[in-house]
Design a protein around this ligand. Structure first.
Ligand code: KG4
Ligand code: ZN
Length: 353
């Protein structure tokens, strides 16, 4: 089955063609970062305008790269939420128009589910049940993922925990701004932190409660803000390198702390890491070591698939289309779409959300 994927939920205009949910024939990503970096973050109005300009050439490029035409594909998958409403509408409407005019089935894909499917390309035989940690600029959520079929064809999700305030990527972006680094902050901090000493300026990790599986990153952001206000020299290297290394260590430890509690409680067979922050080298290193110690498998996508892309949307969409879950032509974008809602009795009544 050949599927065209379209992703425009935030500031990447992306299109991809994927065969059988597995083989990436093309994967085109246009990043608007140059537009938004001037403002230190994504400006929604500018994002939707730029998607409008780029959607057609990017989809055309995906067909050119794959050496095929629209007539040859079997279905279309587009992100319908969550994300910025103006941005989502551009990709979804374009997908609807193509599906309608060419009579192709359409799948409306949840962006978060797309991130989870980004793992499926390199790990098609991943073991379930899994704990999936999705860490991006907009989300930090931990899901319990069960498979009906033992593979990626039919997954079911339960929410284990999520951030109570900022997303992990958002914390990276805000801290970068505080110390004079460009947007997006994640990749820059990842690089600079390698030259710092994480123990030189230790941060305590936010502890919500021993019985919570949630995350919180606003405390550490405020701690950085206070420190740089009181010590201007922390905005300059080399002291800045230690600050960034300490910040990163705290974020990674927070992510691991909740994940490890969930591992002990739920005993999954694997942990799947995805989303923009999954590209972080320290996060991958710490999770690789500690999941091995905990005796669970650990999977993450290659860097080109961690950032927002349409191959992951095509993969999740292929699973939907194969199950016959097609969207109607009047399907709407939902900026607050959920993948799973909180169940008070899950994982256990003793665990508070
Ligand atoms: O998944 P993504 O491309 O977009 C959203 O769905 O939000 O994630 C973007 C986020 C940004 O906050 C960016 O700073 C962060 O991912 N990021 C990183 C790294 N690369 C990107 N954070 C930490 N380390 C990285 N290497
Ligand atoms: Zn994303």
């Amino acid at each position: 089955m050949l599927v065209l994927g379209i992703e425009t939920s935030c500031d990447e205009t992306a299109a991809a063609i994927v065969k059988d949910g597995q083989e990436i024939l093309s994967n085109v990503i246009y990043s608007q970062v140059k537009t938004h970096t001037l403002y230190g973050g994504v400006v929604p109005e500018l994002a939707s305008r730029e998607h409008l300009l780029k959607i057609r050439p990017i989809v055309d490029q995906a067909f050119t790269d794959a050496g095929m035409t629209l007539d040859e594909i079997d279905g279309i998958a587009a992100t319908s939420g969550p994300g910025l409403i103006g941005s989502l509408l551009v990709g979804l409407t374009y997908a609807k128009a193509l599906a309608f005019s060419k009579r192709k089935p359409l799948a409306a894909v949840n962006h978060i589910e797309g991130h989870i499917y980004s793992v499926s390309f390199d790990h098609p035989n991943a073991e379930f049940p899994a704990l999936a940690l999705v860490v991006s600029g907009g989300h930090t959520s931990l899901f319990w993922v069960e498979s009906e079929t033992g593979d990626f064809r039919q997954l079911r999700y339960k929410l284990v925990g999520k951030t109570r305030d900022d997303a992990a990527g958002e914390a990276y972006d805000k801290v970068a701004k505080l110390v004079g680094l460009p947007y997006p902050g994640g990749p820059v901090i990842d690089q600079l932190a390698k030259s710092g000493d994480p123990q030189a300026i230790p941060f305590s990790i936010a502890k919500i409660s021993d019985r919570s599986l949630d995350f919180s990153f606003s405390g550490i952001k405020t701690a950085v803000l206070r420190m740089v206000k009181e010590n201007e020299h922390l905005k300059q290297d080399p002291p800045r390198l230690n600050l960034l290394a300490g910040f990163q260590e705290a974020v990674v430890n927070m992510l691991w702390s909740t994940t490890s509690k969930a591992i002990s409680l739920l005993r999954p067979r694997s942990v799947m890491l995805s989303g923009g922050v999954a590209a972080n080298s320290r996060l991958r290193e710490v999770f690789s070591e500690r999941t091995a110690e905990a005796g669970v498998k650990f999977y993450y996508p290659k860097p080109i698939l961690t950032t927002d892309n349409a191959a992951m949307i095509a993969a999740a969409g292929t699973a939907k289309l194969m199950r016959g879950e097609t969207a109607e032509i009047d399907v709407n974008a939902d900026p607050n779409m959920r993948l799973a809602v909180r169940d008070r009795n899950f994982p256990d009544k003793r665990w508070k959300s």
